[in-house]
Design a protein around this ligand. Structure first.
Ligand code: MN
Length: 714
């Protein structure tokens, strides 16, 4: 238990006396407000706010956050009005305490309250002032640390909520240390035996290697010291819950997870990061393709570090991160480290600028939106760009990839719910199963008593799980059922083209079937029913014959790189340049026929909702055709650079059809190359090969126009 004097002493390391005094004043205020109140542990209540403030002190948060931490429970537990806090302290402190209190009342009073609302409040509070969440997370951390004093039922509820809401938020805002501790504490509470067993297993596994690893760490720091670089070399273990999670998802066995050793090297300056890299590569054999320079090119969340992989003593593979203390703080404490460096002389470095821009962006968004709902949705997509969060009617959060539809949701909840799915309600309104979902929606799946699984669902099911389950189910259908399904679907698709299947001229139908390689109508219908062919495509092919378009005949000799495209004009979208191996979508246009786009292509986003226009297609067998793919290379300028790159590519038997180069005027060159490749494997071989060249900073494939333009702007 920390005393106020010990805390003050710690704070005076980085706050000036006037600011420490404000926190002391808050302590006196909290003492009085909480007098006579006790924690479940039997300690005076005020020990809790001290502990919360102390956690924030470790992050070196600013004085207003610490003051708010000290006062965070006085409104709720002692009925102190906001105006009093504003008068005694200041407006910012009052707003912070108010924000944290609002989150408190919500979680405490609402055992059955939906998580949906909790998450929404959380995001909203965060957007007003992100420090509210930082204080709240520190509060939750101390409560988790002292959870053992509560009864079992409360322990479980709080631990579960921590895993589902608080830990993910801590993770998203980059407070990784806090996130790991929250997860481990919650795991320990929910599954005490599993936790103990895993701890023991980790200890046993590491025991044997301990000496060797220590030796490697010492070898590294000795060498660096000799070279005049002061460093801190430390081994880093995965946290227990992440090991458990990985095992549970059955991605890897315990041994495989433990096989990876990670070492972090902290040095004083960015320049020394690069020098350290040189020495490490000189000491041990680097692993090809593992070097990544996130210092020159930080990750989008501002993360900076140099990554490499080496083979150390006795063939042990080691992953190494090299960074400065500031980069490390940013990686461990995320948004909280922003206040630490705000006023320092490092204030212009990019992670801080990015963090500030991010927070400023959130605030700006708040002002530009008319309704709260609209705002919450945007904030969510901003913070969780690749995932959407939707809710079951019971308020359970389901995380799904962006672009998922209600059918994906149904299968994500349970395979049986997927199969029996008949319709859905989105925010209580009936909606088609094919509509892409958005964050914050509540989805209710209406079920039938008999399975409804239809091949048509493959037109808009996007997650692997849903597609796999649907195919699996259809594969087990009887032929007669599949035919019936197929007929219904083909008739629907033909109807959309104003054609009645029964009116189609027999000879023309025969001709159409021949051209698409179907032996009989029944066979085609069955294939549609089983999801092997897409009804839309077959309907267009038949329509082509019925309307006898000369263009289609002359083009029918095109190699069939896309299965099911028989008889159709196939084009490859110039915007996203798909190559075999990419996930692709087909898009129908009146003048160009079937245009194949990458599934991720932004240009088809707006049609994806409409299965009549857009549907998944698959690559067929290789036809020897070459595809153009674009890559971007950034490299440090040196004599013969371009020649080296070109000859490395030519060595892989690849034709370069164009090269554009931009001199960035900073000693760094930027190249955009058009390459003729056969598929993804071919492309990845080329990229790997280029990466082995000296002075290459990065090599990446360009997927769309935006990325192409990004090269110029940087
Ligand atoms: Mn509290």
């Amino acid at each position: 238990m920390e005393s106020i004097s010990a805390l003050s002493k710690k704070l005076s390391d980085y706050l000036d006396p006037k600011k420490v005094k404000q926190i002391n004043k808050a302590y006196d205020f909290a003492c009085e407000a909480h007098s006579g109140q006790y924690r479940s542990s039997g300690d005076p209540y005020v020990t809790h706010p001290i502990a919360v403030a102390s956690i924030l002190g470790n992050f070196r948060m600013d004085e207003d956050s610490l003051t708010a931490a000290m006062l965070h429970d006085v409104m709720e537990d002692s009925g102190i009005p906001k105006s009093v806090i504003e008068k005694k302290f200041n407006k910012e402190v009052a707003n912070l305490v108010d924000g944290v209190s609002k989150l408190n009342t919500l979680t405490i009073s609402s055992k059955t309250e939906s998580q949906a609302e909790n998450l929404q409040k959380m995001v909203l509070a965060m957007s007003k002032d992100i420090r509210v969440i930082v204080v709240k997370l520190a509060d939750r951390l101390h409560n988790m640390r002292t959870l053992l004093y509560l009864d079992r039922e409360k322990q479980l509820r709080i631990a579960k909520e921590t895993l589902e809401i608080y830990a993910p938020i801590a993770h998203r805002i980059g407070m990784n240390n806090l996130y790991r501790e929250l997860e481990d504490l919650a795991f320990k509470t929910i599954y005490p035996t599993r936790y103990e067993r895993l701890i023991a297993a980790v200890k046993k596994n590491r025991g044997g290697q301990k000496r060797l690893l220590n030796k490697i760490e010492k070898e590294m720091s000795d060498r660096l010291l000799k070279e005049g670089i002061a460093s801190l070399v430390e081994g880093r273990e995965k946290h227990i819950y992440s090991i458990y999670r990985k095992m549970k998802e059955r991605r890897r066995s315990f041994e495989e997870i433990m096989d990876v050793y990670a070492i972090k090297i902290i040095v004083d300056t960015p320049e020394n990061c690069y020098r350290t890299l040189g020495h490490i590569h000189n000491m041990y054999k680097p692993v090809r393709g593992r070097f990544k320079d996130y210092i020159a090119i930080p990750k989008s969340n501002g993360y900076q570090s140099i990554h490499t992989g080496v083979i150390a003593l006795k063939g042990i593979p080691i992953e190494i991160q090299i960074k400065t203390q500031e980069m490390n703080d940013m990686a461990e404490n995320g948004i909280a480290s922003h206040w630490l460096y705000k006023s320092g002389n490092n204030s212009d470095s990019s992670p801080q600028i990015k963090a500030r821009r991010w927070v400023a962006g959130l605030l700006e968004m708040r002002e530009n939106y008319e309704t709260t709902e609209e705002f919450i949705n945007s904030v969510k997509t901003d913070i969780f760009p690749d995932e959407i969060y939707v809710f079951t009617p019971q308020g359970e959060v389901i995380e799904m990839p962006n672009g998922s539809t209600a059918i994906d949701f149904a299968y994500a909840v349970h395979t049986d719910i997927g199969h029996h799915c008949r319709a859905c309600r989105i925010n209580k309104k009936l909606a088609p199963l094919s509509v892409p979902l958005e964050s914050g929606q509540t989805i209710e799946i209406l079920r039938d008593t008999v399975p409804q699984t239809s091949p048509a669902w493959l037109n808009f099911a996007t997650t692997t799980k849903a597609r796999h389950s649907i195919r699996n189910y259809l594969g087990n259908l009887k032929s007669s059922e599949a035919r019936k399904f197929g007929k219904k679907l083909l008739e629907q698709s033909l109807n959309n083209l104003n054609i009645k299947l029964k009116n189609v001229d027999k000879d023309k139908l025969r001709g159409a079937l021949d051209s698409i390689g179907g032996r009989s109508l029944n066979r085609i219908l069955k294939e549609i029913g089983l999801g092997i062919r897409v009804a839309n495509v077959v309907a267009r092919q038949i329509a082509g014959f019925v309307n006898k378009d000369s263009e289609i005949e002359s083009d029918s000799a095109i190699p069939l790189e896309i299965t099911g495209s028989e008889g159709l004009v196939v084009n490859y979208a110039p915007c996203c340049k798909p190559i075999p191996g990419d996930s692709v979508m087909g898009h129908f246009t009146a003048d160009k026929g079937l245009v194949v786009h990458q599934e991720r292509c932004k240009n088809i986003l707006s049609f994806r909702k409409d299965p009549q226009q857009c549907f998944p297609v698959n690559w067929g067998e290789s036809s020897g055709k070459v595809f153009t793919s674009q890559i971007k290379i950034m490299a440090n300028d040196e004599p013969g650079l371009l020649a080296n790159i070109a000859s490395a590519i030519t060595e892989t038997g690849t034709n370069i059809s164009s090269i554009q180069t931009t001199d960035l005027n900073s000693g760094i060159h930027d190249f955009v190359l058009d390459l003729e490749v056969s598929d993804r494997l071919h492309l990845s071989k080329i990229i790997k090969k280029i990466k082995t060249l000296k002075s290459i900073a990065s090599v990446s494939r360009i997927h769309d126009q935006e990325e192409r333009q990004a090269k110029v702007l940087h």
